[in-house]
Design a protein around this ligand. Sequence first.
Ligand SMILES: [Cu+2]
Length: 284
Amino acid sequence: MKTLKYIFAILILSVSFVSCSDDDENTPVEVNPVEGLTMIYEIPAADHIVQIYSEKQNLEVGYNEISFRIKDLASNEYVGNAAPTWMPMMHMETMSHSAPHSTLTNSEESTVYKGYIVFQMASNETEYWELTLNYNLNGQAVEEAVMVSVVQPADGMKKTQVFMGSDETRYILAYVNPKSPMVAINDLQAVLYKMETMMNFPIVENYKITVDPRMPGMGNHSSPNNVDMTYNSTSKMYNGKLSLTMTGYWKINLKLMDQNGEVLKGEDVTELNPESSLYFELEF
Ligand SMILES: [Cu+2]
């Protein structure tokens, strides 16, 4: 019996080896590295072009995944060794400030630099966002900046909270997932930052965010099997579970607690208190 299992294992191994080399040699897959993304900005420069992509049609208040590519016009190739950094800045009437943002990585696709920015507010006629990119091109350090428009989310749902905690610290909490909520137990994900200065937004680690989804239109009923969000050091985000038992409008009531269990923002939902002051909204 043991020998049989052993032979079977070898068989499976060799089959997978065969199919592997088959893939490599005979079916080179042409993948569009920006498939499904919208090019929202193009910055023309003398000898290259920068293309900025988003999953959405616009940059929105909240969490935005952003990708960009640099096309060298001399070689007509997208550049994979640009080592870029970026800095979002909002120029308001009386002051300027940045926004929480990740570093950029091209680990998935060598010519696509990817990261995310959490815009705290929308731009308007007199106050605008500017995105500055710094990178290397043919041995030169290059800086390009583009004015970007940031709008309120198209669905009108509140998914970003900027607030003062009971510890007198200003926080930014933004919804990340699920992007397409389902009648199911969804993987819930959010990012949490501290606003240290106008320019500095460190990630807040090891806090806890309780999750209590309710349907205000239906007697404020809840749902079973939600899991509070806790910090994941790999993704640097807060992960939990969001149980949605039907389609419609949901208010996800939240409570932010520090390492000592001290409540920094939000309240329990009770008979007398139908909602928390800290929440996300979604409708599907
Ligand atoms: Cu602003």
